[in-house]
Design a protein around this ligand. Structure first.
Ligand code: GUN
Ligand code: ZN
Length: 425
């Protein structure tokens, strides 16, 4: 059993944030045993060694439900929009991930960067080469990090070096499921890249595999960019909408996580809600590629699950603060608004729920896995000055979202152990 003394921050069942200024968090066997005011808990556990992190705030580790690990090496590559960006930068880079040494080097760096940014669970994409997923999951396993990953299925409209063969891609995915799914904290996602890159037979095969493995995730992209939409209309003239292509084969289901979903309508939103599929909203990516503005209000009205994600490398940072700030700005640009507390929830407890891991991760509560971060709200002079002046928890959360970055993550704790980075910094 071990314990920490610090301020504590979490969310209640109504998604409202709470804070205990002088708190104690007790961990046993990698799970949170109990938490509450220090005075109360310390009296109940006389003699228990308590790590003194007063001055810091313990908060749930962030969850990034959509991120591409090979693309850690192309953040900030300029392009006039999604399709040219994929052709010019993404596919040539991902072609290099057929080499296990390239994949291992990037995977180790990537996982350390997640931890440095306070991300304790990710749903990540490899390239189309299964060795890239092996490399990523090995690095995550070594750090006991919760990681869901998949190899891209992409059997058409992409360069030879990253194209897989329809059936072979499915067999490789099946082998990854047998090798990694549910091993330690690891999971596999069936990963059709997006509609244009998958033949009808590959999409159908992906759906069949998903039906055979209801506890395996599905991850894909959908309705991100207008040029992409026009291409999908040409390739699938019978489909009512982009999402309808996935829906028709049965790829919308619980544990399916679709990135973007910017250019969708209310019928698509209803289908997301009815099928239990979730959306990963990627604001920094949408801004960087000029893809469009996610309709936050319509999403809230429709009741489907959605969470915030980095989408590195179209996304411009692994820092959840950066992502939350861009979501804030995007929401202001559209018709709606996002409160700081909701932004934070959608990167922690709400993200856990969206990927069907609520009750296991994403919050500070008894029984959950002890994945948390220690935040330093005095990490920079301006952050210290601004957070000291915050008159409420909402103001504090907003100030952190606007002004904090990886410097405010003093420690990342995974299953009750302080993470030690291997490659970075
Ligand atoms: N659509 C298909 N592939 C990708 C990708 O790698 N990034 C983004 N943002 N969209 C995609
Ligand atoms: Zn993506």
């Amino acid at each position: 059993m071990k314990a920490w003394r610090a301020a504590l921050l979490g969310f209640d069942a109504r998604r409202q944030p709470w804070r205990i200024d002088d708190g104690m968090l007790v961990v046993q066997h990698g799970r949170i045993l109990e938490l509450g005011p220090y005075a109360e808990l310390a009296a109940r556990h006389p003699g228990l060694d308590v790590v003194d992190w007063r001055g810091l705030t313990l908060a749930p580790g962030f969850i990034d439900p959509h991120v591409h690990f090979p693309q850690i090496d192309l953040i900030g590559s300029p392009g006039p929009g999604l399709l040219p960006w994929l052709q010019r930068y993404t596919f040539p880079l991902e072609a290099r991930f057929a080499d296990p040494a390239v994949a291992a080097d990037a995977a180790g760096f990537f996982v350390d960067e997640l931890l440095r940014n306070g991300v304790t669970t990710a749903m990540a994409w490899g390239s189309s080469h299964p060795v890239s997923v092996d490399a990523l999951l090995r690095e995550a396993q070594a750090r006991r990090l919760r990681m869901i990953a998949g190899k891209c299925l992409m059997d058409r409209e992409v360069p030879e070096a990253v194209r897989d063969h329809s059936q072979r891609g499915l067999e490789d995915t099946d082998a990854l499921i047998r090798r990694w799914h549910d091993v330690d904290r690891l999971g596999i996602a069936i990963t059709p890249r997006f509609v244009p890159s998958c033949s009808a037979s590959q999409l159908g095969g992906a759906a069949e595999l998903a039906r055979a493995h209801p506890d395996v995730w599905v991850q894909t992209h959908a309705a991100e960019n207008r040029e992409e939409l026009a291409l999908v209309r040409r390739l699938h003239p019978q489909a009512r909408s982009y999402l309808d292509v996935y829906d028709a084969v049965g790829l919308l289901r619980p544990r399916s996580v679709l990135a973007h979903c910017i250019h969708i309508d209310d019928q698509d939103r209803r289908r997301l809600a009815q099928t239990g599929a979730a959306v990963a909203v990627c604001p920094s990516s949408n801004l960087f590629l000029g893809s469009g503005v996610f309709d936050f209000d319509a999403a809230r009205r429709s009741g489907f699950a959605w969470a915030l994600a980095s989408d590195v490398g179209a996304g411009t940072s692994l820092s959840p603060f950066h992502t939350m700030l861009d979501a804030w700005k995007l929401a202001r640009l559209g018709a709606g608004a996002m409160e700081a507390a909701e932004l934070w929830w959608r990167h922690t407890a709400g993200a856990a729920r969206a990927i069907d891991l609520g009750g296991l991760i994403g919050n500070l509560a008894p029984g959950l896995e002890a994945d948390f971060i220690a935040l330093d709200d005095r990490a920079t002079p301006l952050l210290a000055r601004r957070t000291a002046a915050a008159a409420s928890l909402d103001e504090w959360l907003a100030a952190m979202i606007v002004l904090a970055d990886d410097r405010a993550i003093r420690h990342t704790v995974v299953l009750g152990e302080v993470a030690r980075l291997r490659c970075a910094g």
